[in-house]
Write a protein of this length. Structure first.
Length: 107
């Protein structure tokens, strides 16, 4: 059974810790889908929580998905952070994140 959770309002760094705990608890129990219809804004700290949730879900052998229609607040945030090319989106739903190779650059 998939647990559906809403992401609403302005999600800023102050909400990131609570969201991380909520997602971690939910993902231990099963699959989770986030609804973003009422999401007004989201910052980089909260995006990091979502990225981390995909790793948690994979480790727990559960599915994590996030509603992400084209030109939505969430898509715009991922794009501004340069992460959009790494996303796996199927029919307006973010279902995964591709592995990115980390390259060290000499200073």
């Amino acid at each position: 059974m998939t647990k559906k959770l809403p992401l609403t309002g302005d999600l800023k760094i102050a909400a990131a810790d609570d969201l991380a705990k909520q997602l971690s608890t939910a993902l231990i129990s099963g699959d989770v889908t986030l609804c973003t219809k009422k999401l007004v804004s989201i910052d980089a700290a909260t995006i990091q929580v979502l990225v981390s949730a995909f790793v948690t879900a994979q480790g727990a052998a559960h599915r994590f998905a996030v509603d992400m229609p084209a030109q939505s607040v969430l898509e715009t945030a991922f794009d501004r952070l340069g992460l959009l090319p790494l996303l796996v989106v199927e029919n307006g739903v973010l279902v995964g994140i591709r592995d990115a190779q980390i390259v060290q650059v000499a200073a």
